[in-house]
Write a protein that binds this ligand. Structure first.
Ligand code: SAH
Ligand code: SF4
Ligand code: F3S
Length: 445
């Protein structure tokens, strides 16, 4: 097999996977490889996979199966990401044409794994359970030029009963604060304006390393000092670890945006307990109330799972009620999908798919009504938008407010990467439509 010159990485799953793809791409470019125009024409094809729900895995499995049926094979094929960890060597049995399986904690070894495949002509497996901080973050090949993701903690120790992440990413390992600050400074020097701090549970940051005396909110205060950095966001947080200190940081810090992803998962205490979410609906609601008291203009996002084993109609109604009561500005809604190796697998997946779909549909309708009202309220308001790029229509610019609302408006290329005051005059689907408020808001260029 020849030394690969071009690569293509297909990414599934969450923002952490997107970042891992950028880190892998950086390593491959350092090796002298270039990005191929398409996945059909590359010398090396990597699937950076996700295992969170069955559908996520099925998409990749189908693709891998079809590739094996092509008789000629010059392309080196690898599987990285969470499915690599969930299935390990079973992937080689199922897909004999696969060249390597690289776990989420082995990204730094991508180059050596490729070399090993080339020299040994054998299938290579690397799946370490625990993450060791050894990544070349500064070498990451970034997709965007205005916003960047920075990983601050990997793994998860929460063990929600339905979730594969603690098994596919391992236990929590925080990254040293100096390394995070250095990367953020470097990004700002390159012109980035917004940084999203990533982790499966960012609020646990630093708890595994008490000697650093740097918890999540301490890190946020340090990053706020970086001049030129306009906005900081974070993804994702566990409700239990959303502290008063964090709420006050959102109120007080210039850079920290007023948006919190605050996933409730379910509205019934019995289901929350069975999910091992370690809070009750009452504790959750108290936290939301405190956050709204400290940061009155905060927007909230959530994740919800419907059809968890044994969920009754009345318990589902409690989730509907929570959605109506809390009024999130974004809600990601999922049907429960049993995952191998998780504690919830021991319970029968007893809610029929039609019932799950009907429950999802009902939540979608409730949420749509809330979002519609929220968009109406925005009409006539002027909001601060960080301009990211041209919208797909090629006619408008696209950006987001501090509360993560997407806004499009007419403007010039020079506005990309700047903050603009935009007055909202309409909306289409989820997107607000506005125009730049003239007089002082446009930077002198
Ligand atoms: N660390 C994040 C979750 C990452 S997974 C957090 O705790 O917020 C994103 C979402 O996928 C979860 O919040 C959950 O709503 C959903 N999810 C996870 N496992 C699932 C499963 N087995 N079936 C359906 N949805 C699931
Ligand atoms: Fe999964 Fe729960 Fe950890 Fe989130 S907190 S990654 S849902 S185990
Ligand atoms: Fe999927 Fe793994 Fe992210 S399971 S959602 S890629 S942490």
């Amino acid at each position: 097999m020849k030394d690969p010159k071009t690569y293509f990485i297909r990414t599934y799953g969450c923002q952490m996977n997107e970042l891992d793809t950028e880190i892998m791409a950086g390593q491959l470019e350092k090796r002298g490889m270039t990005l191929a125009a398409s996945e059909e024409e590359c010398d090396l094809l990597i699937f950076n996979t996700c295992s969170i729900r069955d559908l996520a895995e099925r998409k990749v499995m189908g693709k891998l199966g079809r590739m094996g049926r092509g008789a000629k094979r010059q392309t080196l094929i690898g599987v990285a990401g969470c499915m690599a960890m969930a299935k390990k060597e079973a992937l080689f049995r199922k897909f004999p044409h696969l060249d390597f399986v690289l776990g989420t904690n082995n990204l730094a070894e991508l180059g050596t794994v490729i070399d090993e495949v080339l020299y040994s002509q054998r299938q290579v497996l690397r799946t370490e359970d625990r993450f060791v901080e050894n990544l070349d973050y500064l070498g990451a090949k970034r997709e965007d030029q205005v916003k960047a993701s920075v990983s601050i903690i990997r793994g998860c120790d929460k063990y929600c009963t339905y979730c594969v992440v603690p098994y596919t990413r391992g236990e929590e390992v925080s990254r040293p604060p100096e390394s995070i600050v250095e990367e953020c400074r470097n990004l700002v020097d390159k012109g980035y304006k917004e940084i999203t701090l990533l982790g499966q549970n960012v609020n646990s940051y630093g708890k595994d390393r008490p000697e650093w005396s740097a918890l999540f909110h301490d890190l946020l205060y340090r990053l706020d000092q970086i001049s030129g950095l306009e906005r900081v966001r974070f993804m994702t947080s566990h409700p239990v670890d959303i502290t008063r200190e964090l709420m006050e940081a959102i109120r007080d810090l210039r850079t920290l945006c007023e948006f919190v992803h605050f996933p409730i998962q379910a509205g019934s205490n019995r289901i929350l307990k069975k999910m091992h979410r370690i809070y009750t609906k009452e504790i959750y609601l108290e936290k939301v109330a405190l956050l709204r008291e400290i940061v009155p203009n905060v927007s909230l996002g959530t994740d919800i799972i419907v059809g968890f084993p044994t969920e009754t109609e009345a318990e589902f109604e409690e989730t509907c009620e929570a959605l109506r009561q809390i009024r999130y500005s974004v809600a990601f809604l999922f049907a429960y999908s049993p995952r191998k190796g998780t504690p919830a697998m021991r319970w029968n997946d007893d809610i029929p798919e039609e019932v799950k779909s009907a429950r999802l549909q009902k939540l979608l309708e409730i949420q749509e009504e809330i979002s519609q009202e929220e968009r109406k309220q925005m009409l006539g308001q002027t909001v601060e938008v960080l301009v990211e790029r041209f919208n797909r229509d090629g006619e408008h610019l696209k950006g987001r407010t501090r509360c993560w609302k997407k806004v499009i408006f007419k403007g010039t290329e020079a506005m990309i990467g700047t903050l603009q005051q935009v007055t909202v005059h309409g909306y289409s689907h989820q997107t607000l439509v506005g125009e730049v408020r003239t007089g002082g808001a446009i930077p002198l260029l």
